[in-house]
Design a protein around this ligand. Sequence first.
Ligand SMILES: [Zn+2]
Length: 478
Amino acid sequence: MTKYETVIGLETHIQLNTQSKIFCSCKADSWGDPPNTNICPVCTGQPGVLPIPNKAVIKKGILLAAAMNSEIRPVSFFDRKNYFYPDLPKGYQITQYDMALGKGGYMDIPTINGETRRVTIEKLHLEEDAGKTIHKPGRRLLDFNRCGVPLIEMVTGPDLRSADEAAEYLTRLRQLLRWIGVSEAEMEKGHLRCDANVSIRPIGSTELNPKMEIKNVNSIEHVRHAINAEVKRQIKEVEAGRKITSWTLDWDEDTQTLSKMRSKETEADYHYFREPDLLPVRLDAEEKDKVLAQLPELPLKRQARFEKEYELPTYNAEILTSERALSDYFEATVKFYRGEAKQVSNWIMNDVLGILNERGLSAPELQLTPERLAKVIILVDNKVINTSTGRDILRKVESSGKDPAQIVEEEGLSQMTDNAAIEKVCAEIIEENPSQVEQYQNGKKMVLGWLIGQVMGKTRGKADPQAVRAMLQKLLSD
Ligand SMILES: [Zn+2]
């Protein structure tokens, strides 16, 4: 049996998070708004109006192009892509064709086996979105709110080799878009849309076979499912001796099936020509440098630095750099703490992430600021409180906004450090629980944990569990 290799390229449409649309002042993000409430003569293509490019769109385009290692053209052009569709009232879409803002580029993504896959970028250009057709039985409704919403279309080379790699690319892209602040990248709101081009070939072959374009996948998990289903179908077809011809397929997540939408159009169908109503986009070097100076350290680079500089395991570094705000929070805490960064990483992973999730907050919104978190860790290090009290205090700091030391003081939570006091409580517990003590002395060593729990309960969690363990062992061996 022939072994096959999967060849995948992804076409993404990224909605830029600007206030207004790309060529008019209508609100750009109309998610949830009633149909046709964010429209004007420009974005609906009325006669006699002229588009005016939104500078913020171009800035965000430059940032993304730079983050994708794309060459930024000093002069780029807008073009018209002509086609007729009811949700495109102008009869054409303003996009960029052969002289787009970005040229080439790539993103390196980690693969499951610890290697790196270089995903090349074939296209990176600015364009406007079209409207939305809503299909109802017997009629079609049109919503033009999305007309003129700023997009970046980005097309990868056929570089991805499995559904998992495609999912990884999208996950990393979504992380990057939020990180550099160009898009909210919420797939379910259409901020990040993805079509997947999928083909197969025998392993060892370098030929590119006719590809299937899968549309309408609106989550990363759905992309994974759709690609896996399509690969299975293509292998079955080829094994049965049938030829694959290019189609556009529609994915239905509910039934996990693909259905044929149409045969694929070729680019020649669109009759591209330069947009006569817009000047070329000219970037002077100074302006471009000013934008590029805003580009932060990128997520994968920061992850690698965390592993090296703070000696964090890959897993921790990956979680801590999942969002830029969280990675900033971690580094700020490390600065206040001045001890081992691994400690800070553990406290964030074990406790702070839980608090963020429970309360639906992002790191900068926490009352448990980096400084306060560092103070709690230092209190534990100095044995003023034990770890479990420290964990409780994190939540109390978050609810009250109080300083950790103040909470320790007010609630009398300081750890019992007086050995004589610990000994007294341990002796009482031994006295009160003769049958457990007997079990312990008959070799059932696990009972010790239960006895420690009793002492901790009696001291309201204020004793140092290590000291209690040592004391109980000493008293029981006497
Ligand atoms: Zn408008």
